[in-house]
Unconditional design. Sequence first.
Length: 372
Amino acid sequence: MATMADVARSAGVSVATVSHVLNGTRPVLPHTRQAVLDAVDALGYTPNTLARSLVTSRTRSIGLAVSAISNPYFTEILQGVEAAALEAGYSLLIADPHDDPGHERKVAQLLHERRVDGMIVAPSAHPHDLVGYLRRHAVPTVFLDRVIDARVLDGGEEGGTPGEGAPWCDQVCTESSGPTAGLVAHLAGLGHRRIGLVAGLPGLSTTEERVTGYLDGLAAAGVAPDERLLVSGNSESAGAEQATATLLSLPDPPTALVTANNAMTIGALRALRRHGRSVPDDIALCCFDDFAWADLFSPGLTAIAQPSKELGAQAVRVLLDRLREPRRPSRTVRLPCAFVHRTSCGCPEEPGGATRPEHTEPSTLSEKGTVS
């Protein structure tokens, strides 16, 4: 088996130069770098990552803990994480915490024990044990998709001051409130006054923000909220099917419906079909989370599209920033969403399926845990 010394002799350089080329630790002249790479290929040299990790205390691996990997939204996030990690020379260890607070804490410990350099985690609705473990061990972490309150991150109680304590984590998510308000405003602009929302799992920041957006959208349209029109689908298809059936059973059911993620959109569509309701003739429908086959439905689904692959890639970039500068201030990065206008809302079809960005630039919040 070829060694680094063999590569150095073949390329006519020092072992240190080979190390700099392979690890990117110092600039090397292009012709020298090419000579090293040619020698690596010719000799079939494979770096000993275990030995290198003993020297550098880095394994060049990232732990990814994301629930519902079969969900198309999280699958696309995974693709973004994987591509960005590979480009940076990092491998991935992947685990599914199942949105269970106890299990996610165990998953974090297992990944930590495998000496990952940092973690990217989509936290559950009650992440106190998870956060406590990561904070105690100062594991560089990016919380993905779902924002955790600063008081939880700092280990304080309600009423504590956000941003205290040593920085060790960052957060990457998309805008939720504004785009949801935009869906409601769109439906209200079409004349709807009874607009229902099938919300996600209680306790998740995404759920809270989309509920806030729903209420803001009603207020902006001058529509009084009706608490009976706000139901929970628990972020899953079966829950949304039951929640939609509850809405349809009201004496004055909604004339328009917003679903707060793609899994719940499927459940809502099942309930509407089971109750003989046609979209958009009997009820208009808009959804948060566009997905690959949304335009294949008849009618096509009007939706908020999240930049899921970019979300995953951004999480990797933010984590690598933290690894390079462990004491840098914590930040929350929000990526923009886009409004994809199809026909389930009751509008006529637009040529090409027009897409209107909700925002043009991501926003970065410097204070730990601050939410826009």
